[in-house]
Design a protein. Structure first.
Lengths: 261, 279
């Protein structure tokens, strides 16, 4: 590479990053603005204090975290078991179940949301936190399966049989031999489920019930009315949290960017 | 390992929460509600969808998604090229910087632009400050088509850059070196080697931008006000205010078929290229 082209490239990349981060940085700066308006009138934690005393926002935060924790844990358990089962299947049932697994991944979120809403109405399950958790599980499980399966493929199948030969019960062999081998995939799946759940808007929008909001839905409703300083503060906090989560995931899957999307 | 039964709970789960819901969408899409509340088979919803008023929304959604995909590709391809350059220092950090906005809440990213773009926002204030605009004047950035396309480009740009980058880093350097040894200049190497080999990345980038862009309703609702109606908004209204689930399901069905078909097409293209691309 010629040095000139190199510099041009770096400038270009810088501009792209500027474009991506400018609104976020400005949002964070203005979350410390004393005034409600867009003119700067001094540094203040006012909006953060207001944020934490806003019961509606706090309820939404609670819902978001509760749903994310429960949905990602349950998805990880079910997804990991499913991956082990699918791994042992014969060719055509395996293909069939994988096609169904890819459906929620490939389907537009709005279709997933609408279809689940119809299901909950059809089964007359009252919409609320429970339906949010079920809906989030339905799009998280495929990601767990997809991050555990490659680890199972990499694993030497003989070590499981060796454990059995040495007198371990199938349960114990699974727990002591297979699970530690696939653990990195399991953890990646868990973290991905958690972030996907926190981030989700469209599916939640269709599957929640009256009065139950998560942060995405709250931001959506607030944003349609324009800028709100408490939401700025909330956004700034969420940005920091997501960034920390990603730094952790990144440490775990250093060489593999592909899993991130 | 004969552990098939481990998958049993998941098989039941996916029948109940993936297959049955989609069948319900099909059922609602192909029926209408009669006066006494019973459902009868009909193609009315689809006929309604293909009337000019709704077709316009459909074509508009496709068009805006198309424009934003093209803009993302034009902005993103060079960025991916710079990123994948092996002489670039701190490549890992750069990639992480690209991934962070991808994982940030879409609502949040869209909302962030309000502070900049609104009539009393920072850009208008700045333009007034440098006297491009007079006192009390402002440019209307928000609440029209341009703002919606802009929002799509902003939100989905990283989804274009990353797959292309990922394919480019896997490019076998010896192929490039071979081309150079055989006397190809930079442009020829790009045109005949780098570009063709990056097509699978471009394809998945296009899918990752186009699909969310064509189905979004949050971006158009926040940046477009109520002035811009896209397919997503149309579906949302059928399940909300309009309370016409049958029509909403029919639109979702059309959308789903189009997306899944184009995905199938894209993935078959990718597979073809995986093996034969080099030859």
């Amino acid at each position: 590479m010629k040095p000139k082209r190199n510099i041009a490239g770096k400038v270009y990349l810088f501009l792209i990053f500027l474009f991506l981060y400018a609104p976020i940085i400005i949002l964070i700066i203005y979350s410390f603005n004393e005034s409600k308006f867009r003119t700067w009138s001094g540094f203040s934690f006012k909006w953060y204090i207001e944020l934490f005393s806003d019961t509606k926002i706090m309820a939404a935060l609670y819902n978001t975290i509760l749903v994310a924790v429960v949905a990602s844990l349950l998805s990880t358990v079910m997804g990991t078991l499913a991956a082990i089962g699918i791994h042992g299947m014969k060719k055509w049932p395996k293909r069939l179940i994988m096609d169904v697994t890819y459906l929620p991944v490939l389907n537009p979120d709005i279709v997933t949301g609408v279809s689940l809403m119809l299901l909950f109405v059809f089964l007359s399950i009252p919409t609320g936190r429970l339906t949010l958790i079920l809906a989030h599980m339905s799009f998280c499980i495929p990601y767990v399966i997809l991050s555990v399966l490659p680890k199972l493929k990499q694993m030497n199948p003989n070590i499981y049989h060796a454990a059995l030969d040495l007198g371990a019960t199938p349960m114990r062999a699974m727990w002591k031999v297979v699970l530690p081998e696939i653990m990195p995939g399991v953890i990646t799946g868990l973290l991905m489920s958690f972030t996907l759940s926190i981030d989700d808007f469209i599916v939640s929008f269709f599957t929640t019930g009256p009065g139950v909001e998560n942060l995405s839905i709250l931001i959506y409703n607030a944003a349609r009315k324009g800028v709100n300083p408490s939401i700025n503060a909330l956004s700034a906090l969420m940005f920091v949290v997501i960034m920390c989560l990603l730094l952790i995931i990144n440490k775990r899957t250093k060489t593999n960017v592909d899993i991130m999307f | 390992m004969n552990k098939k039964w481990y998958a049993q709970p998941y098989i039941l789960w996916s029948i109940l929460f993936v297959v049955v819901p989609l069948l319900l969408v099909v059922y609602f899409g192909f029926t209408t509600k009669t006066a006494d509340g019973s459902m009868v088979f009909s193609l009315e919803n689809f006929q309604k969808f293909f009337t000019p008023a709704y077709l316009e929304v459909f074509l508009r959604s496709l068009w805006y998604a198309f424009i934003s995909t093209v803009v993302c590709l034009l902005l993103g391809y060079p960025a991916a090229m710079v990123l994948s350059n092996r002489n670039l220092k701190s490549q890992g950090t750069m990639v992480l910087l690209l991934v962070i906005p991808m994982w940030m809440n879409l609502l949040l990213r869209t909302y962030a632009w309000l502070t900049l773009l609104e009539n009393e926002g920072l850009i208008n204030q700045f333009l007034r400050f440098i006297h491009v605009l007079g006192e009390g004047e402002s440019i209307q950035f928000l609440y029209h088509d341009g703002a919606v396309v802009f929002g799509m480009v902003y939100n989905f740009l990283p989804f274009m850059i990353l797959p292309i980058y990922s394919v480019m880093t896997k490019l076998d350097q010896s192929v490039v070196e071979a081309a150079e040894d055989l006397g190809a200049n930079w442009w020829h190497v790009f045109r005949r080697v780098r570009l063709p080999l990056s097509i699978p990345g471009v394809m998945s980038g296009i899918t990752m931008v186009f699909v969310p862009a064509v189905t979004t309703f949050a971006i158009s609702a926040i940046l477009g006000g109520n002035k811009v109606t896209l397919l997503g908004n149309l579906i949302e209204r059928q399940f909300g205010q309009m309370n016409n689930w049958n029509f909403g399901s029919a639109i979702s069905l059309v959308l789903m078929v189009i997306i899944l078909l184009s995905m199938g097409f894209m993935s078959s293209y990718e597979k073809e290229n995986e093996g034969g691309g080099l030859l």
